[in-house]
Ligand binder design. Structure first.
Ligand SMILES: [Zn+2]
Length: 51
């Protein structure tokens, strides 16, 4: 399993599945690091706390 954002491997239990919706209406699910990607700082992620 790899993160769809930073393209790094995700350890079991550290994944977070996020539903995505494309413009054509076809949805999908991406797998991201839970709480944000901390593996690479190339793409800093800022999740609003408490959401
Ligand atoms: Zn990631």
């Amino acid at each position: 399993m790899k993160c769809d954002r930073c393209d790094k491997p995700i350890l079991p239990g550290q994944e977070e599945r996020v539903p995505v919706f494309s413009g054509s209406g076809a949805g999908g699910t991406v797998v991201l690091h839970r709480g944000g990607c901390q593996v690479s700082r190339a793409h800093p992620v800022s999740y609003p706390p408490g959401r």
